[in-house]
Design a binder for this molecule. Sequence first.
Ligand code: B4P
Length: 194
Amino acid sequence: MFNLVLFGPPGSGKGTQSENIVSIYKLQHISTGDLLRDEVSRHTALGTEAKKYMDQGMLVPDEVVIGMISGKIDDMPDARGFVFDGFPRTRPQAEALDKLLEFKNTKIDLVLALEVPEPELISRLVNRGITSGRSDDTEEVITKRIKEYHSKTEPVARYYDAHGKLERVIGDHTIAETFKVISKHINKYLLPVT
Ligand code: B4P
């Protein structure tokens, strides 16, 4: 099994690159953002609770997100591996993920951190907001999301760095160029499925 965490600030391209990775390496994609938006659109109790945080650019409480991930991993016992996109976003989430995977006799192999300058992040997300209609892609909320990232999510990079798993990837080249660099890192562990 090969498990990858795709890490980075909002708008750094985690969702975009995950799509390419799962399709070329035949891995399962777990995006907490997508899972939460799905709960919101189905008006579940979890979604209604999560929306309050998402609309303000704040992180959803750890216990909500960790419970969701655990169920999702259990749903796919035959997976070749997982791409965790937007998770973990806090140190308690990172520790919970390590425990969950250890219980399943596996682990995080690699963490790729996408690095993009802040003005480029804001411009990408504002542009996405014009077409996606995502209520959190407005300049005011984007600024709050980036602040949350610096205070709560950046420590996760240090956690994985201390475990020797972190590789930094420049994320403000084109989507294809960034994917080439990502592939070079993944190929050290797993080859593409043709
Ligand atoms: P997410 O859905 O994870 O949103 P994101 O960080 O904005 O997405 P991403 O970085 O994947 O950007 P994308 O590739 O789409 O989270 C949304 C909210 O959910 C959070 O604010 C939080 O409230 C909640 N949440 C999610 N996970 C949580 C967790 N674990 N704990 C607590 N709360 C959680 O790229 C953005 C845009 O850039 C796209 O339009 C794309 O086309 C463009 N782009 C990408 N790469 C490009 C490139 N190389 N060049 C030019 N444009 C590019």
